[in-house]
Design a binder for this molecule. Structure first.
Ligand SMILES: *Cc1c(COP(=O)(O)O)cnc(C)c1O
Length: 396
């Protein structure tokens, strides 16, 4: 790459293509290898200390993906893991030790919460959950042994935006690190390291892969934390297959065009939803009157296709009548693929710092790359089914 700093779209097309040895192919091929051979004792010795002595430490395909992700988000180092959750648990274990205190956002991805309440607790790490909108009020919760402040913005299911620069400043004043689940922001819409983050973790499963066919996670770090986390990652023996890395690289090439369409479609669907009488609020930070919009506008360069809809109180029957017969919206976990998804969620079960106020059903939508008119027609038919349920008005 030349000295001239190029734009994100150009990086997406050119990053991670340094390995031009294999027959001049545009793409770094799939390197399948467990064993690497060295011609001499000297050659083997000089490979010690690098990450290139054994297949578990990576191969040209995984390194191409790591280097592209570093370049896009501005990280010093990257580590690929078999799922987003394993990236989160590896990064947490690498940074925390018995006796440490962890500050965790109350709107965190639920399996991350389960790890804090399970494994981390057993290992002697204390977790305090905080209101995601706390901002620099986090100061009051810092303890002398607070090692890490974990942020996720917007939050899982409920989409609260966090003031990451304000939180990072307080954390750093207290000698704590900041770790972010940046899956919604993606490596191109939230420049985590410029906003004070020390470790940025992604479920690459979502938009990086982008096609609902691979599970993968990535940990991105600053130079200061890279040796610590890489060393621990190596001890755990985590690795991803070169085939999966190849698919993730293929997905990455179109990240900006896909996200542009996802957010275009999501805006149209969200605006239509906001006008329905059963809808109390659309929780999509990219909409001007949504909670957290000002922070999103200040810190993010774009949005994606994932948001939530808070419905007014109604019987569960009414909402299941809607969901059971959707034609285009699939019902399933995960998101970030090309296809639309819808899910009934229950954030109230998990919150401890700040109870979830919504009384009616909460729907999470992932708006895919279909034509938005067709998606709206599918939703409209769903609302009609909801309305024709006798129990749709005025209960629970
Ligand atoms: C899906 C998801 C994860 C976990 O990723 P997997 O690849 O499914 O393990 C982590 N964080 C967020 C915000 C997610 O949505």
């Amino acid at each position: 790459m030349s000295q001239h700093a190029v734009h994100t779209e150009t990086l997406l097309a050119h990053s991670g293509r340094a390995q031009k040895k294999a027959g001049g192919t545009v793409n770094t091929p799939v390197y399948r290898a467990s064993t690497l051979l060295f011609p001499t004792v000297d050659a083997l010795r000089s490979a010690y200390g690098t990450h290139h002595t054994y297949g578990r430490h990576g191969n040209p395909t995984t390194r191409a993906l790591e280097s592209a992700l570093c370049e896009l988000e501005g990280a010093h180092g990257a580590m690929l893991t078999p799922s987003g959750l394993s990236a989160l648990t590896c990064a947490l274990l690498a940074t925390l030790q018995p006796g440490d205190h962890l500050l965790m956002t109350d709107s965190v991805y639920d399996p991350t919460r389960a790890f804090c309440d399970g494994a981390l607790k057993r290992l002697g790490v204390a977790t305090t959950y905080y209101d995601p909108t706390i901002g620099d009020g986090i100061r009051a919760l810092m303890r002398p042994n607070t090692k890490l402040v974990f942020v996720e913005s917007p939050g899982s299911l409920t989409f609260e935006m966090q003031d990451i620069p304000a939180i990072s400043q307080v954390a750093h004043e207290h000698g704590a690190w900041v770790m972010l689940d940046n899956t919604w922001g993606t490596p191109i819409h939230f420049a985590s390291f410029r906003h004070g983050v020390d470790v940025s973790v992604h479920a690459a499963t979502k938009y990086i892969v982008g096609h609902s066919d691979v599970l993968m996670g990535v940990i991105l770090t600053t130079e200061a934390l890279y040796p610590r986390i890489r060393g621990f990652y190596k001890q755990l023996g985590l690795t991803v297959s070169p085939d999966d890395a190849y698919l993730a690289l293929r997905g990455l090439r179109t990240l900006s065009v896909r996200l542009e369409r996802h957010q275009h479609n999501a805006r149209q669907v969200a605006q239509w939803l906001a006008a329905q009488p059963e809808v109390e609020q659309v929780l999509y930070p990219a909409l001007p009157d949504a909670p957290g919009h000002a922070l999103w506008k200040r810190d993010f360069t774009g949005a994606c296709g994932l948001f939530a809809v808070q419905l007014r109180s109604m019987a569960e029957q009414a909402v299941t009548a809607m969901l059971d017969d959707m034609r285009l919206f699939g019902m399933g976990f995960s998101w970030g693929g090309f296809e639309s998804l819808i899910l009934l969620t229950h954030p109230g079960n998990d919150r401890t710092a700040k109870p979830w106020q919504g009384r009616g059903p909460l729907l999470r939508l992932h708006v895919g790359l279909e034509n938005p008119e067709d998606l709206i027609a599918d939703l409209k038919a769903g609302f009609d089914r909801m309305r024709s349920e006798p129990s749709s008005v005025g209960t629970t």
